[in-house]
Design a protein around this ligand. Sequence first.
Ligand SMILES: *Cc1c(COP(=O)(O)O)cnc(C)c1O
Length: 385
Amino acid sequence: MQTYARFDLEFVRGSGSWLHTKDGERYLDFGSGIAVASLGHAHPRLVDAITQQAGELWHTSNLYRIPNQERLARRLVDATFASSVFFANSGAEAIECALKMARRYQYTRGHPERYRTITFSGAFHGRTLTAIAAGGADKHLEGFGPPADGFDQVPLHDSNALRDAIGPETAAILLEPVQGEGGIAPVSHTFLEMIRRAADEFGLLVIYDEVQCGMGRTGRLFAHEWSGITPDIMAVAKALGGGFPIGACLATGEAGEALVPGSHGSTFGGNPLATAVGNAVLDVMLEEGFFESVRERADRLRRGVEEIIARHPAVLDHVRGLGFMLGIRCHVPAVDVVAAMNRRHVLTVPAGDNMVRFLPPLVVTDEDVDVALEALDGTAGELAS
Ligand SMILES: *Cc1c(COP(=O)(O)O)cnc(C)c1O
């Protein structure tokens, strides 16, 4: 179906940060399939893990114990605020689990009337009927009937609006610590703190959507580690499988206990194949020095971008974001910048607020960073004239 206005590019092979067409042309991938292929393409450790698992066992069912799943859950718990994990197949499903859990949590505490979730302008939480209602973007809701009930949206960084929106039916507050699709907007630490305080005061749950900003993207395993302010529930997906579809919903003990046998489920979620890959992703990311190296190379990219913006103020406005999750605000249409970068064989991704996103694989080399910077410089020069 014509759900995407696709670029006329076709890739048949990938290696590290590079994608190859069947004609043998190569493109530097600074989109990572929208923050998914964070260890690059055909990473040998991921190839080994999926190949070995493919010869052993793909799928059983969540009716039985799945050792790979238990191991991945244990490792995610050990690395975070969480004490339990539910596995799904996508970001939207991880969000769905988070929202259902928040409502069940309130229900089990004697508050069935608390089912509403507060969300923020610029949010994106996926494309199911519930997720588009949570995101609240008109262009995603148009033509799909009345938005699913249960969401109240307030402007990001508006503490008064947030407090005013909290009512007797509020169950939770949902946000991306760094907004992705909305235009690479990091949420201030003071606002995160304010949300946490308000939630604690009114008995609400805080849900972080780290589907895009999590799994190392910002230079730490999860973006909220930069603030030290933890949620009660967190949705993860995209880079968790390095390109294999997997999502996860992490929760504190109290929140996670709201879901019991029969109250939620998934046929595929966390199957042996998906969780073999998830474990391999963690094997690489949790190695000593991995994130330090990400932060160093990301700083280099950011400095380079800042220099280029300073040289082309008529085309590029400013850069924002964290680590390898950078957005460049443009004065010309961002899609024109993306298209011009494509012509220079560097793939980037547009985002809201007229931003171009740089989401390179976390394993990108200094040399490849320079290739992308040169393409940006050339593009900005081209579009200035
Ligand atoms: C991509 C994304 C989603 C949806 O993930 P899917 O796997 O496409 O369902 C949800 N939240 C955020 C922040 C995302 O970037």
